[in-house]
Design a protein around this ligand. Sequence first.
Ligand SMILES: Nc1ncnc2c1ncn2[C@@H]1O[C@H](COP(=O)(O)OP(=O)(O)OP(=O)(O)O)[C@@H](O)[C@H]1O
Ligand SMILES: [Mg+2]
Length: 374
Amino acid sequence: MTTNDPSSHFVDIRQATKCFTAPEGGMITALDGVSLNVGANEFVTLLGPSGCGKTTLLRAISGFEELDVGEIFIDGQPMADNPPHRRPVNTVFQNYALFPHLSVGDNVGYSLDVAHVAKKERNARVVNTLDLVGLSGLERRKPSQLSGGQQQRVALARAVINQPKLLLLDEPLSALDRKLRQAMQLELKTLQNELGISFVFVTHDQEEALTMSDRIVVMNGGRIQQIGTPTEIYDRPDNTFVANIVGESKLFEAAVVEIANGLARVKTDTGMYLTVESDRVRHGDKVTVLIRPEHLQIQSGGPTERPSISGTLQQSVFVGTDFQLIANLPDGGVLKAVIRDSARDAVVGLASGMELSFQYLPSSMHVILSKSPV
Ligand SMILES: Nc1ncnc2c1ncn2[C@@H]1O[C@H](COP(=O)(O)OP(=O)(O)OP(=O)(O)O)[C@@H](O)[C@H]1O
Ligand SMILES: [Mg+2]
């Protein structure tokens, strides 16, 4: 979902800026002119390194942090004068924050009890919500009698039972082991579809961001680096920071030295030549060329038409679904190629020290035009 129609912006964040006074002296700019919108029923993920402002942005949306500059609208309403409990928003935290002395049912029903919802309706909604998160029948357990994944589901159930229009999730899966995390990623996405509400999800795990999101917002140093769908962020990063945060990247700093027949020849700062598509570049442009390991191939047969990069094989590692080849480049750099297991014929018989030619399609080389400051 990448619409620019303002009426579909369920959340509209304009120029959000927040500074903190550091106890050790000086100011920290946690958010620096962040503008972002979230559509109705959209799953948006904030991705970025520790300290880049993700939690601060969530806290500003939920009303626990006041902005220095900027505005936040939810469902068309300005939020500045609305305290947290008057916003149609709930938050799920990393550490679940369940009440240990209350049963699962009472944890989930807590907000309905506070709102004095009639017992019958309250109980029905608790049962339905536990069903939604796959915890039917566990109402009477205490949190300590549940696994980490089950506790996280209780936290989710508690956050959605009062039907918020927007759910904020601050690294909710980071305490879970890898397998459970992957299962929960899919469940969360399904849950979001079933509820039909907007999610703003925070993570510093790129796989999580790519798997679940309609759009990813890459942040660094309190600023948005890029907003895009997972494929836009992965295939066409706007700058080297974004290129490095998702997937594995080999980046070459280079200058365009020749353009002919829709292709540009670039010379890297270390003296290598690469071929890229020329539609976005002009002669003399300084560029950064990004290549992903899966875009390289090795051919066991004769020469091909494709451009290639030569390298000396350092090691070949079988990792189940594919082979990872690590090669040393003439410029002293290291190149990684991922060869699918289905192309294993090309890999059989390779040995360390062999000279290899890594072929690529010019269209698979992504060109980053300006070296944006990060
Ligand atoms: N109350 C506060 N007082 C002072 N500095 C703060 C405060 N809250 C956050 N910061 C600072 O603001 C910056 C952004 O913090 P924030 O918690 O938003 O980062 P984050 O992206 O959520 O990081 P993480 O991935 O580690 O959770 C950090 O430099 C942090 O130290
Ligand atoms: Mg945080």
